[in-house]
Design a protein around this ligand. Structure first.
Ligand code: IMP
Length: 184
């Protein structure tokens, strides 16, 4: 029998209800920002971690948006901006668009910095970022998301899109794994 993934969780940080309530608030805050600037976002999810967050977030937008997805990997050991390998590119053009990147978590900030630059290189007019989680204590590059769901301490978390070895993305909440999972 395959294991039950919730049994590997030591404790829950954010419940499904807390995440849903925060997504609703975030969507309202984001929509207000775009409305005030009289622009419409192209909402781009960074695969794969952003999937549950993006699905929840976009339900609360009342005005038209476009959505798309991109999958990138960072080149190891490079410091140059915009230098990412694109595994799956957008279907839509981002030229002259107002891109809203949806990210699961900002950790060192390297991915975000590179992806933001990538969209400017592609001719986007404006690039903003919404992240479900932010771990400011781990930041190595000077960047921050424009909209943040929750700020967390330096702790590895899983669920709601976030994985450990490609597992736990489908947990409907965010939690911390039992220590023994890392040793097994
Ligand atoms: P950064 O480039 O260091 O900011 O890394 C961001 C990426 O690292 C995220 O999109 C996640 O895929 C991964 N990551 C960072 N912290 C965690 C965590 O606590 N749990 C799961 N994945 C994480």
């Amino acid at each position: 029998m395959a294991k039950i993934i919730s049994e590997d969780i030591d404790h829950v940080l954010f419940t499904e209800e807390q995440i849903e309530a925060r997504c609703k608030e975030l969507a309202q805050q984001i929509e207000k920002d775009y409305e005030e600037r009289h622009i419409q976002p192209l909402v781009v999810g960074l695969l794969k971690g952003s999937i549950p967050f993006m699905a929840e977030l976009i339900k609360y937008f009342k005005h038209p948006i476009e959505i798309d997805f991109i999958s990138v990997s960072s080149y190891q050991g490079t410091e140059s901006s915009g230098d990412v390998r694109i595994n799956k590119d957008l279907d839509l053009s981002s030229r002259d668009k107002n891109v809203l990147i949806v990210e699961d978590i900002v950790d060192t900030g390297r991915t975000l910095k590179e992806v933001k630059q990538l969209f400017y290189n592609k001719g986007a007019h404006d690039v903003k970022v919404v992240a479900l989680l932010d771990k400011p204590d781990r930041r190595l590059v000077d960047i921050q998301a424009d909209f943040i769901g929750f700020t967390i301490p330096d702790e590895f978390v899983v669920g709601y899109g976030l994985d450990y070895n490609q597992c736990y993305r489908n947990l409907p909440y965010i939690g911390v794994l039992k220590n023994e999972i890392y040793n097994s």
